[in-house]
Write a new protein. Sequence first.
Length: 615
Amino acid sequence: MCGIVGFVGREECADILVNALRRLEYRGYDSAGIAVFEGDRIRTVKAKGKIKPEKGDDEHSGLLYRLETEGKPHGTCGIGHTRWATHGEPSDVNSHPIGNERVSIVHNGIIENYREIKKFLISKGYGFESETDTETVAKLLDYYYEGDPLTAIAKVLGKIEGAYALGIIFRDHKNVIYAARKECPLIVGKGEHANYIASDVTAILEHTREYYLLEHSEIAEITADKISFYDINLNPVEKELQTATWDIEAAEKGGYEHFMLKEIHEQPEAVKRTVSPRIKDSMPDFEECGLTDEKINGYDRIYIVGCGSAMHAGMVAKYVIEDMARVPVTVDIASEFRYRRPLVTDKDLVIIISQSGETADTLAALRLSNNIGADTLAIVNVVGSTIARDAKMVMYTNAGPEISVCSTKAYAVQIAFMYLLAFRIAYAKQGITEEKCRELTSELLGISDRISECIEEKAQYQYVASKIMNADSLLYIGRGLDYAMSMEGSLKLKEISYIHSESYAAGELKHGTISLITEDMPVIAVATQQELFEKMQSNIKEVKARGAKVVLVTRKGIVYDEDSVDYKVVLPAVSDVLMPMVTIVPLQMIAYYTAVQRGTNVDKPRNLAKSVTTE
Ligand code: F6R
């Protein structure tokens, strides 16, 4: 969602700010702007639309066009923002930075009590131009400001409720940036005679890898040569400097047409990086993060909670853990879990899956589980993210930065990680022998080569894409693990190609959904599980008999009826339980090529944000 950047140094900063904003474009946004100290004033340039117009956009729109026509602000300190509209439509006036001649701010998050604050400020004579909650914060800062920014900020933080990350500049305090946050991410980057603020480290990686994590309700005061931190009572705070392990190449396209394609290609390496460090003496090992066999044996039930693809990774894990460990696993959508008074107890393990570690509903589900007293384990990609820090145990997936909004490699490493966890849980619960555990672990360790083989088969995915690209609606069907994969395949397709699609448990079709089948509704049948194949074959015949064009995704060694299939993708054979590790590739790539052939914005699909920090 919204992205924040800020720079203070010795160089002209307009381009630095815009480039940093472009690195945050992946978070999702619909307007952008910058505010820079120019002479003795703050000059703001902002515009609705993309920073640089994209295919189909008005070429005379966006921040870069506005900077060209109005002229870049000249100065060495400023703040910038990409806004994903919540309060008020995407428009120039609702874009950030927002403020008046004395103070200017950029804001990520939602101020829940903004109506009350607005009423109060109107009673004090303030007027409002935008429909945003952000403007109430800017004006409240102005109201409390009597020459000392820190005091005004501390007073405002005491009044506002909700989630926020803020970048703030005061005209009277030239070339100083102030920053504060609660719930929404914000880091302070440390350079050479130049310092930064950013929503995430990818925005500033080209300048520095060193940064501080701002904690809840802390305030940072940043000049070109000094960074100071304070708590809400304005006591100084010492912080530890962090070093990002990600490098700039990882956040660039590197010759690929889209980040999504690049990230699909990165999967074999990412899976290796995630799996290898968790294997000791050929066994999955989680003792380092506190998950011992003794603990595992003490759990009555396991809950797995996440949103979107992360939740789908939980579905794969459910099938594997229940089958092997014989322990009940409930998979929940975080936004449902948090409001349905879940029956979690202090004898349960709640596994929270999140790429970003900042998803608002997932974070709320984690905190609820912590409060209940359950053991919580976060499987997270972004180091130091809020979910990673709030969970009782944390384990990182090592996917590197995922820039495409549509998750690919982050999902692949999530399922790889969940396999390892499932094997260990099954071993600890005596559902599988040590020998079986070693055998599965070793196969998982070597699976990257099979994933690479699947990625090479581009022509067949392009061919399938060309056959489904004109459909209005599509159905994905599968059983067991293949049903879990259908869910993910369907999400990928609709997310980036805008073709409506649903996933269905194949056996459930006859209970209503089969009435939708016509020759205009292609069916992607995911059928990689030998044990369930006969049943799948019947379901495939049922849809074929009703006119559907059938795309079969199966594996080598499974014998199917050629007459019931129009197009096929045959994957390399790995153990049935591990098939999702390879099945994911064609599902991602069919979605990718369908979107490319339909000419949609693959990396930044409409209406979507990468990191969903509001409910
Ligand atoms: C789909 C996708 C989303 C995310 C979901 C959770 O391609 O990317 O469904 O999986 O928004 O995000 P995280 O994992 O960051 O909590």
